[in-house]
Design a protein around this ligand. Structure first.
Ligand SMILES: Nc1ncnc2c1ncn2[C@@H]1O[C@H](COP(=O)(O)OP(=O)(O)OP(=O)(O)O)[C@@H](O)[C@H]1O
Length: 893
């Protein structure tokens, strides 16, 4: 028995006091197995009661915060006391007659404070003297759990209890490793029922199913909408709410998340906010489910994101607006997110693996980032009262025995049709659309696609990084922007031409990375020169540990705090993979299995490989679209969702890969863009207010303050799409990098909240207060929650409703070791202390991102959006999130 040295409550504290007998047979009483949750397996059946005899007697005292349990016989005494905090209870019940008069407590104490050790479910049952006594106790405990004000004089009865909360559970059976339905059976539904919450569970059948449902349901019937999935499904729900005509009211519906995806960023933030240790998988799920049952709601910021139109016919298409609760990512982060789809079977370890693979072939992207720093940061408390929800009908399906039967696809009395025919139609439409898209690409290819690409040697880059770091140290008083500008000025045209010449000489080397390795090895007098260029991207990652070991050591010398070698990084990477408990053979098979080979074949065939060979030169006019073949191949990898959305069976790795959501499975095949690191320091930063001199700068391209600096690459050789000044922003700047999900965008209601800090996407930004940075980026990440994944504490300062966007951007030139270190530090949230002149963390209220590289990936909440200019503004406290009861003053849902 847990005995945290409880002191006996004073009589004044006691709300109730009574004597009970234990329930069960002797020492087995009050174990986890007896009794189980109401109606669940092993539940209390009348037949069971006569065989079980009371074994011990207890005195129970209920206070506002605890249930004090003192064993009276046999062996009374201090050690036979249990203090059961109400904060660890999800519910209690008193089973109906003819079951014996029991008080059943559902207790989920946290496990030991070790990562991954989860809450343990304990069921404690006490036999009351009479049924009314058991019911009185049950009502009293539930009143306390549900925030009903009570005193010692209160006459406790069921009538004091508010009606049970009703939750709409939306389950994506394919999220993460496809365990959502299984976890519903084993963890989620039992706990929700123990908390006396009514629910209606619907399995989504396809993409946008949740979005469509949410647009149409009658919201007052629900106290909350809960996603049993990853962050992607919540993105659908938020946008479904915002697409309703009554969006203003609708978006105030509390939303919650029970993590069954791979990233589970929001769940990680909720877990952190509750003060729990970082955890993954079932422990995380149990924590979040527990918090959900406790039922606290907090305001949550939403960010309105305006993206480029998806259609390539941008003249007619309008920018699209969507709402985001988590992140906008460009470059490294979005690449890893999308490309690691192929490792979906690994669960969250897919991101670790994806990170290693992407670091092995690092890219940079040319672009322009503008942001509006917060002048006065105010968090707006959620003052709006929760909407009243008239009880129109009971939606709780028969709970009794629910867990014994397999869960049906929907447990609903709402008459939601399966829409199978619609799905079929959509499949065909999608196919046609893909065909059309391919045609368009071929046409463009014939016309000559363009790309701005370049590369340089890693060794040179390291040197530059070292210099920059020294500079940054010396001139700490100045900003990194100053040093960058200084760099820019120092870098003369001749030097650049020489650099270009050097790079040209490197042509013919298979891959940029390989060339980097060779150069690096040369720089090391051949030391550790593995020389051989492995075709496997991942082999490269592995080799890096060997062939870069020396170099990383050198970097460690340059950076005194880091006796952190690449070997260490790899060690840590391995540990992380182990921690994520993806079996090593699974990871190995993911590393060496078909998808990657496929990628390599493609690489060495016509797409990336060819492109990467050319990357060694400077800007170049690409040959008519060498990517087409591989692209087509990539695009024809279809989602199994379309084939068997209902099947739910254990998957092996391949099946898992196939069962992933309909995202491009092989974006690596059409990987493309600028290689890293760039040879020429090309960052330019402009701080408004240095307003454009005249209103003639209608186009950001022609704007003086946004115009590329004289020595920036696109000023020397801009790609044709950038060269032509236009009066407005050209959405044709890029095409979507891969098949966008089968999204049909519904026009938003006209009375939507305005982005008052932003002009339309095709207009120049305001001249005051904005900061603009132009150059080559490795990544830009805008985050508004603390976590980017359940184990990536990427924005430690973030709060659900701080009214801020937390921007992290990493500029080209950063070394692989530093980048890897940054990501490992991110697990602990200590990455802000990783000192590198290439890494910046700022907060803002709005930002605009203008990719100038022709291709890349952009994600919003981890979902692919059309590649092109994008802008976003935070709308403080617009939504409401179920975060649980964490001792903070909160509104209950
Ligand atoms: N039944 C379904 N079949 C196919 N796709 C679905 C289905 N239900 C939802 N989806 C789509 O799949 C994506 C769901 O992914 P989700 O984010 O929930 O899981 P995940 O990607 O594993 O987790 P995370 O986003 O945390 O990494 C969403 O974009 C959603 O639109």
């Amino acid at each position: 028995m847990r005995s945290p040295e409880p002191s006996s409550p004073s009589p004044a504290e006691a709300l109730l006091h009574g004597q009970f007998a234990s329930w069960g047979t002797g020492s087995n009483s009050n174990s986890n197995s007896c009794p189980s949750s109401p109606g669940g397996p092993g539940g209390l059946s009348p037949a069971a009661s006569p065989t079980l005899a009371p074994a011990s007697n207890y005195a129970l005292t209920l206070t506002h915060t605890h249930i004090h349990i003192q064993r009276l016989s046999p062996r009374p005494g201090k050690e036979a006391r249990l203090l059961l905090p109400l904060s660890e209870l999800v519910g209690c019940s008193c089973p109906r007659a003819p079951a014996p008069p029991l008080l059943v407590l559902y207790w989920y104490p946290p496990g030991k404070r070790r990562k991954g050790v989860s809450r343990r479910r304990q069921v404690r049952a006490y036999l009351a003297e009479s049924r009314p006594e058991a019911e009185r106790w049950s009502a009293a405990v539930q009143c306390l759990l549900r925030g009903v004000t009570v005193t010692a004089d209160t006459e406790f009865s069921r009538s004091l209890l508010p009606r049970p909360k009703r939750l709409l559970l939306l389950v994506n059976p394919f999220s993460g490793r496809g365990q959502a339905m299984q976890w519903c059976q084993t963890h989620i539904l039992p706990m929700i029922r123990e908390a006396n919450i009514s629910y209606n569970l619907i399995q989504t059948e396809r993409q946008n199913h949740a979005r469509e449902l949410i647009r149409e349901i009658s919201l007052p019937e629900w106290d909350g909408i809960v996603i049993v999935s990853g962050d992607g499904l919540l993105h659908e729900v938020v946008n479904g709410l915002m697409e309703r005509p009554d969006w203003e009211q609708a978006i105030k519906t509390p939303v919650g998340i029970l993590p069954c995806g791979s990233g589970n960023a929001l769940a990680g933030s909720i877990n952190h906010y509750a003060g729990y240790d970082m955890c993954l998988r079932e422990p995380l799920l149990l924590n979040c489910c527990f918090l959900l049952c406790r039922g606290g709601v907090r305001p949550m910021d939403l960010v309105s994101v305006t993206t480029s139109p998806a259609s390539s016919n941008s003249r007619t298409a309008a920018p699209r607006r969507l709402f985001s609760f988590l992140s906008v990512a460009w470059g490294f982060v979005s690449d890893v997110d999308i490309e690691s789809e192929r490792y979906r079977g690994l669960g969250s370890a897919r991101f670790t693996l994806g990170t290693l693979v992407r670091i092995a072939s690092l890219r940079s992207y040319k672009g322009r980032l503008s942001y509006l720093p917060p002048s006065v940061v105010t968090t707006s408390p959620d003052t709006t009262p929760p909407p009243r929800r008239p009880l129109s009908r009971s939606i709780t399906e028969g709970l009794e025995g629910f867990c014994r039967t397999p869960i049906h696809r929907t447990c609903s009395d709402m008459g939601i049709s399966e829409q199978r025919s619609l799905r079929k139609g959509e499949g065909e439409r999608e196919k046609e659309e893909r065909q059309r898209e391919r045609e368009r690409r071929r046409e463009r290819a014939r016309g000559g696609g363009t790309g701005v690409v370049r590369a340089s040697s890693l060794a040179e880059d390291r040197e530059r990084e070292g210099e920059m770091e020294i500079e940054a140290e010396e001139g700490r008083s100045g900003t990194s922007s100053e040093s960058n500008e200084k760099d820019e000025c120092n870098m003369g045209r001749e030097e650049r031409l020489a650099g270009i010449k050097d790079e040209r000489e490197d042509e013919g080397i298979v891959e940029q990375d390989s060339s980097e390795m060779k150069e690096e090895d040369r720089g090391k007098d051949g030391e550790g020169s593995s020389g051989s260029i492995e075709e496997e991207g991942v082999l490269r990652a592995k080799e890096l540990g060997e062939s870069y070991g020396v170099d990383m050591g050198r970097e460690a010398d340059e950076e005194p705090e880091g006796c952190y070698t690449y070997q260490d990084n790899l060690q840590e990477a391995r540990k992380a993979l182990r921690k994520n408990s993806a079996p090593s053979n699974q990871i190995a098979s993911a590393l060496f299995s078909q998808p990657i080979r496929q990628e390599v074949e493609t690489d060495s065939g016509t797409s990336c490989g060819t492109e990467d060979m050319d990357l060694n030169g400077t800007y170049y006019q690409k040959d008519p679209y060498p990517l087409d073949v591989s692209r087509e191949r990539a695009l024809t990898i279809s989602s199994p969702f379309r084939h068997s959305p209902f099947s739910y069976k254990p998957k092996n790795l391949d099946q898992n890969q196939n069962a992933s959501r309909p995202r491009p499975l092989s974006l690596l095949q059409h990987s493309h863009s600028n290689s890293l690191p760039p040879k020429l320091p090309s960052l330019s930063l402009s701080l408004s207010p240095t307003p454009p001199s005249s209103p003639s700068c209608a186009s950001p391209h022609s704007s003086s303050y946004l115009a590329p600096r004289p020595n920036t690459p696109n000023s020397t050789s801009p790609s044709p799409s950038l060269r032509t000044p236009s009066s407005s922003f050209n959405f044709d700047i890029a095409e979507p990098a891969g098949p966008l999900k089968n999204r049909h965008f519904v026009s938003l209601p006209s009375n939507h909240p305005r982005d008052d800090l932003l002009p339309p996407l095709d207009q120049p930004l305001p001249t005051r207060d904005w900061v603009t940075i132009e150059g080559d980026f490795v990544l830009v990440l805008a985050l508004y929650q603390t976590h980017l994944g359940a184990d990536l504490f990427a924005a430690p300062q973030a709060k659900f409703d701080d009214g801020l966007i937390h921007l992290t951007f990493v500029r080209a030139g950063i070394s692989r070791a530093t980048l890897l270190r940054l990501f490992f530090a991110m697990e602990r949230g200590t990455h802000h202390s990783v000192s590198s002149p290439y890494v910046s963390h700022v907060t803002c209220r709005a930002f605009r991102l203008q990719p100038l590289s022709t291709r890349g990936t952009l994600t919003v909440d981890g979902e692919l959006v059309p590649y092109g200019p994008l802008q976003a503004q935070v709308h403080p406290s617009m939504g409401r999130l179920i975060v649980g009861d964490t001792g903070v003053k909160i509104t209950r849902f």
